[in-house]
Design a protein around this ligand. Structure first.
Ligand code: G3I
Length: 317
């Protein structure tokens, strides 16, 4: 396809992307996917995709992602078991006890279905409040928290019980050493470890822009503190909006590439950072909007400057 593949220089490091089965009929999309050795479903493995109707598990979309990953020789990351968003309507209206059972049942059934096929899952997604100020943390006041205040502990304990070999992650945004929330999430993860809640890793989503970007020293330091806690780190959903400076995007030397560079170098600099995933393949498919040119491939699935930036870092590591 005329360009070098990231995976060929990854040397065992997991470099991945979120994909979506709605694009699988596009051969250019599939070609671009082949650059990566790791995959996550953008939407297909979420609660509502799998259990839209209570008790009726529909694994089709998630299975189709996994099938493609296998076909292309990619490892697969699970996203996400318990999240207040993309949860089916039916669970929101349950009473506390019933909801608790539904959480346990979903975690159990999904993990059993994918036993031995998906080695890391986001068990809980985005449960810390955005206003958390770095001095302790506040839980997001979601329907989950209101009805089952200990849903996080329950989800992780259940996951460990049913699937002891799966790596269990907590995943959240604004966790990349810019906002005060990132310190709060660190403290929350440290507290889970202290209380022996079985957590193996933390996902830093990394949805950022060129105007407010994590500094290398800060993100490197944060990741190293997670390593000292004894958890793994994945950068799980990286995309970089070019904000109001979109002509600076494709040279591979602009501010966008700088964000990609800092993120990847900080991850590679810390041995517990074992996965690095971008949130989508081509700009046109991104939830941030094609005009923000946030990804590594353009809307025709041609690699951009940022792609070469990432490629060169992997080559030289
Ligand atoms: O499936 C329905 C379809 O039946 C309906 O016709 C259509 C009409 O709008 O909506 C479809 O659902 C959409 C779904 O994606 C699947 O395409 C939702 O409206 C839409 O809100 C949803 O957006 C996704 C969002 O998560 C919510 O799940 C984005 O594609 C996805 O990129 C985004 O990803 C999240 C991560 O999971 C967690 N971290 C933040 C990240 C960005 O928001």
């Amino acid at each position: 396809n005329g360009y070098e593949l990231l995976r060929d220089y990854a040397k065992g490091f997991r470099i991945g992307a979120a994909t979506n089965t709605i694009h699988y009929s596009n051969s250019n999309y599939i070609e671009a996917m082949k650059s990566f050795n790791y995959m996550v479903a953008e939407n297909g493995c979420k609660f509502v995709s799998i259990q839209g109707t209570k008790g009726k598990f529909n694994f089709n979309d998630c299975d189709n992602h996994l099938k493609k990953a296998k076909e292309l020789g990619m490892a697969f990351r699970g996203h996400a078991l318990i999240w207040h968003a993309m949860a089916p309507q039916w669970i929101e209206h349950e009473d506390s006890n019933t909801m608790k059972q539904s959480i346990i049942n979903h975690v159990t059934t999904v993990l059993k279905h994918y036993e031995g096929k998906i080695d890391a899952w986001d068990v809980v997604n985005e449960a810390i409040d955005d206003g958390s100020n770095g001095n302790g943390w506040k839980f997001r006041n979601s329907f989950l928290y209101q009805k089952v205040p200990d849903f996080i502990d329950i989800a992780f304990k259940t996951a460990r019980e049913v699937s002891p070999n799966t790596k269990l992650f907590y995943n959240d945004y604004n966790t990349e050493a810019i906002w005060a929330k990132s310190e709060s999430v660190y403290q929350f993860v440290a507290d889970m470890k202290k209380r022996n809640i079985p957590i193996d890793g933390v996902g830093l989503q990394y949805h950022v822009g060129i105007n407010v970007q994590p500094q290398f020293n800060k993100i490197d330091n944060l990741i190293s503190r997670y390593c000292k806690l004894g958890v793994e780190v994945h950068i799980t959903e990286l995309d970089v909006s070019c904000d109001d400076n979109c002509n600076d995007y494709d040279g591979g030397e602009g501010k966008q590439s700088q964000v990609y560079t800092n993120a990847l170098k900080a991850c590679l600099n810390n041995s517990c950072c074992t996965g690095f995933l971008v949130w989508g393949i081509g700009d046109n498919d991104s939830w941030r909007g094609a005009e923000n040119k946030p990804l590594l491939f353009d809307s025709n699935y041609k690699p951009k400057g940022q792609y070469n930036t990432i490629l060169n870092i992997l080559k030289n590591t």
